[in-house]
Design a protein around this ligand. Sequence first.
Ligand code: CA
Length: 371
Amino acid sequence: MDRRKFVKTAGVAGLAGTAGLLSACGGKAGVSDCAESTAGPAAEAIEWKMVTTWPRDFPGLGTGATHLADLIGKLSNGRLKVKVYGGNELVPPFEVFDAVQRGTAEMGHGGAYYWKGKIPASQFLGGWPFGLTGNEMNGWFYHGGGLEIYHEAYAPSGLIPFPVGNSGTQMGGWVNKEINSVADLNGLKMRIPGVGAEVLKRIGGTPVNIPGAELFTALQSGTIDATEWVGPMNDLAFGLFRAAKYYYYPGWHEPGSALEGIVNAEAWASLAPDLQQIVETACKAASMDMYADFEARNGTALNTLINEHQVELRAFPDEVLDELKRVSFEVLEELAAADEMSGKVWASFKAYFDTIRGWTEIGSQYFLNRR
Ligand code: CA
C-alpha cells in the first residue's frame, strides 16, 4: 500500500496512532496531505462549480446532480465542495460542455448525446436505439472496457467523463392517434432527440427537438403530434397525460440512457489522488442511486397514470418495432463509418452486445417473461 493510501485509510477510520501518522507523513505524501487527511475539514477547501443541463432539482436528473455534489462534499470531509447550478443559472443548458472545457465550471452534469456536434462518438455513449438496458450499460462501462473508451473519446476535448446515472428503459411517448402500422408514422411530427430522430425521419416522420419545458404546450396546441420525454415519473410531472390520449411503449430509442458527468482535465489533475478517487467513487454511487430512483418511482408514477388519470397504454405493433429496428441499425452503421472514434465505440459496443445478449436472454429475460 502506498503512503498516501495509508494516510487516507487511517484518517477515515480514525484509528491512526501518533506513531503511525508520523511514519506515514514522513514520506512522499507531504505534510499538507497529512494535515488534510487527518484533521477534519481542510483550512482551505477546494471549491468547484457544477453546471447542469437540467432545471435545479428536476426529478431524477436534477436531484441526481445535487446528490452527487453532496456525496463529494461528505466523502471528502469538506475538502472538496461542489456547488450545483441548474440550467441557465450560470450558463444555458446546452453550453455545459463549453463551460467545463474552458474552466468556467470544473464539472458538468448532463447527457452525452447533447454533445454530438462536439464529439460525434458521444451520440453512442449514452446508449443507442434497440441497444443496451441500464444494467447492460453499467456492465459495459465498469467491466466491459467502456469507461476506458469513454475517456479516450473525451480526452482531445480536455474533459474526463463519468457515468452518473441511468434513466432505465424509457417510454415510447405520447401520441394522439393510434399507431397500428409503419404507415401511421408517416408525417408524424414528433419531439424525439438523438439517433431516434434520424430513424423517425427515414421512416417518413418529422422529428423536432424542443426543450422539455415546452413539451406540454407544443403537444396540447397541436404544434407537434407526439412526444417522447423520459418515463412515467418525469412524464407525470410534466402533465403530458393531459395533452395526449395514448402512452406508447417501449422506448425503443432510449432503452437504457446513461447520464453523464464531465470534469475539466486540468481541475482533475490538480486534485490529490484520494480526492480523485472520491470523485470517481461518488459518480459511481450517484449513478447507481439515480437508476434505483427511476426504477422505484417509475412504478409508482405508472400506477398513478393508469388508475388516477385513465391513461391508455399501447404497445407499438411488432411490425412497427421491426422496421424501427432495421432502420436504427442502418443509421448506427452509417454514423460509425463516418467518424473514427464513433467506429471504435460502436465496435466495442457490438462485441459486448453479442456476448451479453445471450446471457440476458436466458437469465433475466426468460425469467421476467414468466414472473
Ligand atoms: Ca427521452
